[in-house]
Design a protein around this ligand. Structure first.
Ligand code: GLU
Length: 545
């Protein structure tokens, strides 16, 4: 068959591929510099899995002096949502994962010489390379309609391929003659373009995955779709063209793409491009009702959308550090040894990523976040908390900012010490955590408390406390009073014969704590009293007296 003629028939207006190859020359980067990309399909939110990939991409590029760019894969028209690209970009920015190049939301111009970075604006490029493949005899038009619409057939097959790696092999249309094709075109029949696969499924290819190491896959033998009948390429073809022209050196993507890798490799080969290196990342999972692992799902899990963490008030660095901890298990030890360094200093490596699918663990996230927040100064906590409250809890924002000095003093309780208290994991907790400071005591935790003793202690204590006391004197005074009232000041003695005492000093402290906070547990009571001040302490004591 005269493939050149066929190519001209199918794509009469497509530019020669050399036009694009000259327009997008090889990048001039220093040796070893990696070019990575995040290529989300704009769905209206940024999936936590995408943030996780973005982090890998960003760190790998930074470490080697390379480039991390953002490309929008918006060719799936059905899934298009207004502003979806913008949302994805802005989420990356909020997490300090901004790309160095590429699409930057709908407001800012794109940066970089390899654009357009939005796939739907690159249809002319795909046409050129589609035409090129026809010319080389590596692609053919398929007119199958079957009972479904042509697009549906292609979509179903593509989906099947992505999900299972299996679709029907060689398409009957690959045997059409030029005359038959001409006739169909003349009668206005639509066609999809397919790869004329030259693979042998009995042969295998060895590849080195940067995360999983050496892997062996069966060669592709399926005539996969390269261009749908509407002129839009599915992922397999679009990403092969884009990653080649944009000079991507590492494709970081979820393990769910691995089954279609052999088809992708065949596309690169047919195009005459060297494929990039691949890193198929483990997929963040949850346990379902039956105790089986399943992928994080936007429908079921709020934490699948990274905006959730912002709304809840997890500091973005804590979320990033949590993801980093999922990626490189030695991060935690590094963090303990380097409590004040930025996570950016951590010697991250793609090769250290484990191959098991990690589970999303809120307890771990909270631990990491508490640790992070505990190292912040009261000023920093105030700034971040106020910023959060301003958006998500306006009433609390007012309270917080009405008396800044007081708020900062509250946030400084148990903070300015060698072992700061690790209590706050997210900003939305603070209001409840310190409600007795900001809003007074609404109710007292009195279960198991002897009210008579409580009142007696408070009455006695009101006579002796002095807000000018330093911590030692303050405590000495409590002990002295405790002893006068008949409480044990020596724990050993108390343990030996508790019947001789009304209780011990710890009980006395609980009563004072209750009077000042309404709670049985709270941060350091001396600091709390200092922040409340003499007038307020007096008022609170009066309330229980
Ligand atoms: N558009 C694909 C996705 O949203 C990109 C996969 C890749 O990174 O190559 O998952």
């Amino acid at each position: 068959m005269d493939t050149k003629l066929l190519a001209n028939l199918l794509y009469p207006n497509a530019k020669d591929v050399n036009y694009w190859l000259e327009k997008y020359p090889k990048r001039e980067l220093k040796r070893g510099a990696e070019v990575t990309r995040l290529a989300p399909s704009p769905t209206g939110y940024l999936h936590t899995g995408h943030a996780y990939s973005a982090l890998i991409n960003k760190l790998a590029a930074r470490k080697t002096g390379g480039i991390f760019y953002l490309r929008l894969e918006d060719t799936d028209q059905k899934r298009l949502i207004d502003n979806a690209g913008d949302i994805a970009y802005n989420m990356l920015v909020s997490y300090d994962l901004s790309p160095d190049e590429g699409y930057r939301g709908d407001e800012l111009p794109q940066v970089g010489n390899y654009g357009d970075y939005i796939q739907s604006k690159r249809l002319g490029i795909y046409q050129s390379f589609a035409k090129y493949l026809v010319e080389k005899g590596k692609a053919f038009p398929c007119f199958c309609k079957k009972t479904e619409g042509l697009e549906d057939v292609e979509e179903r097959r593509q989906k099947q391929l992505e999900e299972t790696g299996e679709i029907e092999e060689h398409d009957p249309c690959r045997n059409l003659t030029l005359d038959e094709i001409k006739e169909k075109l003349a009668s206005g029949e639509e066609f999809a373009l397919k790869l004329k696969s030259a693979g042998d499924p009995n042969k295998t290819i060895k590849i080195v995955d940067l995360i999983k190491g050496e892997r062996e896959i069966r060669e592709n033998a399926k005539d996969i779709v390269l261009m749908k009948s509407n002129g839009i390429p599915p992922y397999a073809f679009a990403h092969a063209v884009d990653d080649s022209l944009m000079g991507t050196t590492i494709v970081v993507r979820g393990e769910e793409w691995y089954p279609s890798l052999s088809a992708h490799l065949e596309v690169f080969k047919a195009l005459g491009f060297k494929p990039p290196k691949y890193a198929h990342t483990p997929v963040i999972c949850k346990l379902d009702e039956n105790g089986n692992k399943r992928k994080l799902s936007k429908r079921k899990d709020p934490e699948a959308d990274v905006r959730y963490f912002i709304e809840e008030g997890y500091p973005k660095i804590a979320v990033i550090e949590y993801l980093l901890n999922l990626l490189n298990s030695d991060f935690e030890i590094w963090r303990t040894n380097n409590p004040t360094l930025s996570y950016k200093e951590f010697p991250f490596s793609i090769e250290k990523i484990g191959s098991n699918n990690p589970m999303f663990d809120f307890v771990k996230l909270a631990d990491i976040s508490k640790n992070y927040i505990s190292h912040l100064s009261a000023d920093e906590v105030y700034r971040m908390l106020a910023e959060w409250a301003n958006r998500y809890d306006v009433e609390f924002f007012k309270t917080l900012t009405e008396n800044q000095d007081f708020s900062k003093a509250v946030l400084n309780i148990d903070r300015d010490t060698p072992k700061p208290r690790k209590d706050i994991s997210k900003w939305s907790e603070v209001k409840h955590y310190y409600d007795y400071m900001f809003y007074g005591i609404k109710n007292y935790e009195l279960d198991g408390i002897d009210k008579k003793k409580l009142k007696e202690v408070v009455r006695a204590y009101m006579e002796v406390y002095n807000t000018e006391d330093d911590k030692e004197t303050w405590f000495a005074r409590i002990k002295e009073m405790a002893s006068t009232l008949g409480y044990a000041t020596d724990n050993k003695a108390y343990k030996q014969s508790p019947e001789n005492y009304k209780g011990n000093v710890a009980d006395v402290c609980t009563y004072i704590r209750l009077a000042l906070t309404g709670r049985k547990n709270s941060p350091d009571i001396y600091s709390i009293a200092k922040v409340l001040g003499a007038r307020e302490i007096q008022r609170r004591f009066e309330n229980v007296k």
